[in-house]
Design a protein around this ligand. Structure first.
Ligand code: PHE
Length: 378
């Protein structure tokens, strides 16, 4: 048998392989378990010792050169593939930014704009506070002293408690620093800074040590606060109804106020909104807000925490609770966005995945206006 010729033919085939799949097929056909060169190796056992010394090296040499040719061709094909990929993925950094429209408004920003628009119409200003907050504003002034069990409901990120991380409070003791666990400290800060009367919303980032499909360590809340004379629960209910109907663009929203507990409100309610279960175009069941949650095929979903500001909080914030009352509410902005625009995993909000942003993001020209209905249009 002409092993040299066999080798040359095999090598020619290998060098002609046009892609990695074709090359792999050749490798199997030649030196795979059932391959032709492997079969030759197996014949050596049946040879006489003389023949074996003669042909053995030739068969081994054949196998060796086939192997080398395979390795070399593989490297060449891989390099060519990489080169093609790099060429096709080239980014031209010198392209002018104008004329290449890209980027979109994140759903959280969109919803915050919508909230600001709705509440501006009701006479609310937008207030802000620091995300690195102190213990006093985040807890103590909200009627949660050091030993208060409600503090445990907040999985707080504290800064290391050495003296360098403590903030001296005006006229008070040093207080520990933390990442605020809710936007409620902005209630206290705004009352202290501006006095009464007051009508504000305070949107912003808040932090809790929690992570699953509906919880992330950082998320967004919007706080609402009204301080004035003779404010009562009726004002609160009307405000929330007006806000939620405008936000979800549905007149048939039904709210249910359920007794609850927050240290900073007294009484406290949790506000549920009625929804219907409908079958979507994809055949999956989905919740559509609207109608009473008690109707057949309906349910109630918890939406926000709220009620009359506790007298002690008003006092901590430097006002006389016999003169001034008010209501407050807090609601998750991300949750509002998910309910309105249909996302089901909160974590994706913060992955920065361009494909997600392109899918859910909004055009910068979608400025929410009440006259147009505040929702963004696809
Ligand atoms: N701060 C509360 C929370 O984060 C929400 C809330 C705000 C409740 C205002 C009542 C009044 O859960």
């Amino acid at each position: 048998m002409d092993y040299e010729k066999l080798g040359q033919e095999a090598i020619a085939q290998i060098e002609a392989a046009s892609d990695l799949d074709a090359l792999e097929a050749l490798r199997v056909a030649l030196i795979g378990k059932q391959g032709s060169v492997s079969a030759l190796l197996k014949t050596m056992g049946g040879l006489s010792p003389e023949d074996r010394t003669l042909t053995g090296p030739k068969i081994h040499g054949l196998r060796e050169s086939v192997n080398e040719a395979l390795t070399a061709r593989k490297a060449a094909l891989e390099a060519a593939e990489m080169g093609a990929r790099l060429a096709s993925e080239t980014i031209d950094l010198s392209l002018p930014s104008q004329g290449v429209p890209t980027g979109s408004v994140h759903p959280v920003s969109q919803v915050m704009d919508e909230l600001a628009e709705i509440f501006a119409d009701l006479g609310f200003a937008v207030a802000t506070g620091p995300e690195i907050e102190d213990d006093w504003h985040n807890f103590t002034a909200l009627n949660m002293p050091e030993s208060h069990p409600a503090r445990a409901m907040h999985d707080t990120f504290y800064f290391p408690g050495d003296a360098g991380q403590m903030s001296p409070r005006e006229g008070g003791n040093a207080t520990r620093m933390l990442l605020r666990t809710h936007t409620s400290p902005v209630q206290v800060r705004t009352m202290l800074a501006q006095g009464a009367p007051l009508r504000i919303i305070a949107p912003g980032r808040v932090y809790r040590s929690d992570s699953d499909a509906t919880h992330t360590p950082m998320f967004h809340q919007v706080e609402g606060l009204v301080i004035d004379r003779d404010i009562h629960l009726g004002h609160l209910k009307w405000t929330l109804e007006t806000f939620l109907k405008a936000f979800f663009e549905r007149d048939d929203l039904v709210l249910r106020l359920r007794p609850s507990y927050f240290p900073f409100t007294e009484p406290s309610v949790e506000v549920d909104v009625g929804f219907a279960v409908e079958t979507g175009p994809d055949g999956k069941a989905r919740r559509v807000l609207g109608g009473s949650g008690d109707a057949p095929g309906h349910g109630w979903m918890e939406l926000l925490g709220s009620d009359m500001v506790n007298r002690r909080v008003i006092k901590f914030a430097g006002l006389d609770p016999d003169q001034w009352q008010g209501f407050a509410f807090g609601v998750g902005v991300d949750r509002l966005a998910m309910l309105k625009y249909g996302m089901d995993d909160l974590r994706a909000f913060f992955d920065g995945d361009l494909r997600w942003l392109r899918h859910y993001g909004f055009s910068a020209f979608d400025q929410p206006t009440l006259s147009g209905g505040v929702g963004a249009r696809p």
